[in-house]
Design a binder for this molecule. Structure first.
Ligand SMILES: [Zn+2]
Ligand SMILES: [Zn+2]
Length: 268
């Protein structure tokens, strides 16, 4: 089945430009240097009846920029959301699923949100007015938290859980068909490499050149990109130390910085 992967946001937690910063990247005129918080979109139509079947839409992470990202991508519905972990730059836009969830609810019920136990606990705490059994606000989002399995089928596409590390925290990357999305990664457990064979597109986070305790550097990401051997590797979760054009000139063939709005075809 043919589908696509869109980068909704490719910036680090503070976004680029970073508030208050006047560095060359934050003041760059190149639109590729404007990066919203990290998120991605997977879309496809069921191959058995592409003419009549509606487009399926899965979002990975709903960060603080989700509303703007959904508008830019003209999203009219979401079939499911997968969360990588519970940090603010990946979850704080959850409430903006509200209007989309009302439509989904009328058609097929609450939008399913797939999250690890740890992420689920944080979502239930921060958005208790949505998830608490005692919640009474009538216009709360119609969302349903689902446990994350190793394989999570959504309308004919399996979203496969890829365990990765973000500092001391075990978080989740996802593989769907011939593509994989691993953000906020600082280490990849040996067992996870077996789940990353035969990729056309690999997405890896690469914050900057200088080491960081919970994020990969460009050089670390290049090492994994080489080992995994996807046809194309895209770097995301990028800080303001990395200018788009200047950095891309230094990267080997088959590796490039992603940018907001980039869409690539994927086989699902
Ligand atoms: Zn992050
Ligand atoms: Zn800056």
């Amino acid at each position: 089945m043919q589908g696509s992967l869109t980068f909704l946001g490719t910036g680090t937690s503070m976004g680029v430009p970073t508030l208050g910063c006047t560095c060359p990247v934050c003041t760059s005129a190149d639109p590729h240097d404007r990066r919203l918080r990290p998120s991605a979109l997977v879309r496809w139509r069921h191959s058995e009846d592409p003419a009549s079947s509606r487009e399926r839409v899965v979002v990975i992470d709903t960060g603080p920029d989700f509303r703007e990202q959904a508008l830019r991508s003209a999203l009219t519905h979401v079939d499911a959301v997968f969360y990588t972990h519970s940090h603010a730059d990946h979850i704080l836009g959850l409430d903006d699923l509200r209007p989309l969830s009302f439509t989904a609810f009328r058609e097929s019920g609450p939008i399913p949100l797939y999250a690890s136990q740890e992420t689920r606990a944080t979502l239930e705490r921060i958005f208790d007015y949505t998830f608490s059994p005692q919640a009474t606000y009538p216009n709360r989002a119609r969302l349903r938290l689902e446990p994350l399995a190793d394989r999570n089928p959504i309308r004919g596409v399996d979203f496969i859980r890829i365990p990765i590390l973000h500092g001391d925290l075990e978080i989740v990357g996802y593989r769907f068909g011939s593509a994989a999305y691993l953000t906020d990664v600082s280490a990849i457990p040996e067992e996870s490499f077996a789940l990353l064979e035969g990729l056309d597109h690999l997405v890896l986070s690469a914050l900057r050149y200088k080491p960081h305790p919970s994020h990969a550097t460009v050089d670390q990401a290049l090492g994994w990109a080489h080992r995994i051997g996807a046809k194309q590797t895209w770097l995301t979760h990028i800080a303001h130390e990395l200018g788009h054009e200047a950095t891309n000139k230094t990267l080997p063939p088959g590796v490039a910085l992603a940018y907001d709005g980039l869409t690539v075809p994927v086989t699902l």
